[in-house]
Design a protein around this ligand. Structure first.
Ligand SMILES: Nc1ncnc2c1ncn2[C@@H]1O[C@H](COP(=O)(O)OP(=O)(O)OP(=O)(O)O)[C@@H](O)[C@H]1O
Length: 398
């Protein structure tokens, strides 16, 4: 029998503080790199709150992994601390609207996160009460506990409708529903999101807008350098961070991707028994990061939604230079896939809808083209993800 001591490794040879590289790790101030200006501007917009006055409502745009959520949370926390110093009670709530897509879910999350049951004696159940009741309890909680609050609505574009925004903007109008001052911080990576908003909500909730630019390779390098101490001293080869930064910068400067690549490179070293994290591991690490992110994106999608995507992937792999493929071309390949799977096909209209859903998730991009008077106009679809990554996830489940 193997002795326990031989079976388990007691000291991780690669990592000493791996949490620093976990997705949800919120770095402390000293580790937030290259966002001083944005942090200052955000702080300025919410500044009145430290005196118990209404903060400006804010909308933050920027591509994924550009530090929007991080800076919004950081500034909110700093604001709460500063307000306390002025004798003002403040708090912030964070809502991930991709999880809480309905008005009821979002108001429930907000109310329960602000609630201090020992003080309010109010119960905010997970479900079972009406949306209107959640609101009433929320206003009572705010009145009982706070002078001012910030509500961060991350991925605000995923909300099913504007109903909660309407309520929050009404509540913000001096003392109508609650005496507590409310500031809303909306975050989105869809720059056109605002066009969809109701005019009244738009004018109230978009008082200040900020666009977070992508990080360049040197900023990504600094972000990773600031977490070098996740690794045991001396195990990280000199070329790893610059290489990971260069790759992540090429794909729209996503800090999350950069950190994922670094973590995976370490895990590859671990699993292959290498003593050092070598630059050569970065390429595989990037592929793993892509694959993981994509698998997460399509998790829970239906078989036909996957077949449709698979059809577009096959076309893209066969003709990588094409600027997109028409719906009918995708449908032909989709029919073939269904035949192989031994399942009935959906109608062309349904397939068009499924393609639209993929476009909504930014997996594909759609463009309208005019075929001249004989043909009328038509849509082309282009895969935004690396087609080999999509194929691996769809076919091999890798
Ligand atoms: N300036 C930075 N300094 C240090 N770490 C950063 C910085 N920007 C981002 N990160 C890291 O990258 C992760 C992702 O950033 P964040 O969640 O803020 O991105 P986001 O712009 O909100 O993206 P998404 O739209 O996908 O939510 C953060 O958890 C943080 O660990």
């Amino acid at each position: 029998m193997v002795e326990t001591d031989e079976l388990f490794i007691r000291d991780d040879p690669i990592f000493v503080n791996k949490e620093l590289l976990e997705i949800n790790h919120l770095p402390e101030e000293g580790r937030i790199v290259g966002r001083d200006e944005e942090i200052k501007l955000l702080a300025n917009a919410v500044n009145p709150a430290i005196f118990g006055q209404s903060p400006s409502n804010i909308l933050i745009y920027g591509k994924t992994g550009t530090g929007k959520s991080l800076c919004a949370k950081h500034v909110s926390q700093r604001l709460v601390d500063a307000a306390m110093g002025e004798g003002v009670t403040a708090a912030f709530a964070y809502v991930d609207c991709a999880q809480d897509t309905t008005e009821t879910q979002a108001v429930q999350t907000i109310a329960s996160s602000f609630n201090r049951p020992e003080r309010t004696e109010i119960n905010v159940p997970d479900k079972g009460i009406s949306t209107a009741t959640y609101y009433k309890r929320l206003w009572r909680i705010l009145d009982a506990c706070y002078d001012v609050v910030l509500i961060i609505l991350d991925e605000i574009d995923k909300l099913a409708d504007d109903a909660i925004l309407m309520q929050l903007s009404r509540a913000g109008e001096a003392g109508k529903l609650t005496d507590c001052k409310i500031g809303v911080v909306g975050i989105s990576n869809k720059i056109r999101y605002k066009d969809r908003m109701d005019e009244r909500v738009k004018s109230s909730l978009c008082e200040r807008e900020f666009v977070f630019p992508p990080y360049d390779a040197s900023q990504l390098g600094e972000i990773m350098e600031a977490r070098r101490d996740a690794f045991r001293e001396g195990v990280l080869d000199g070329g790893v961070i610059p290489r990971a930064a260069a790759l992540a910068a090429r794909e729209h400067g996503d800090a999350r991707k950069a950190i994922d690549i670094l973590r995976y490179a370490g895990e590859i070293a671990q699993s292959t028994g290498a003593e050092r994290v070598q630059e050569g591991f970065v390429t595989d690490a990037r592929k793993r990061a892509e694959t993981d992110r994509f698998r997460e994106l399509i998790r829970g999608s239906t078989p036909h939604s996957r077949y449709v995507l698979h059809a577009l992937t096959i076309l893209s792999l066969n003709d990588s230079g094409a600027d997109g493929f028409r719906t009918t071309a995708i449908y032909d390949v989709y029919e073939e896939i269904c035949r192989q799977e031994g399942t009935e096909t959906l109608s062309l209209r349904r397939v068009r809808d499924l393609l639209k859903e993929h476009a909504f998730l930014d997996i594909i991009e759609q463009s309208r083209h005019s075929g001249g008077s004989a043909e009328g106009s038509y849509t082309k679809h282009r895969l935004l993800e690396d087609s080999t990554v999509v194929r691996d996830v769809l076919v091999d489940g890798q």
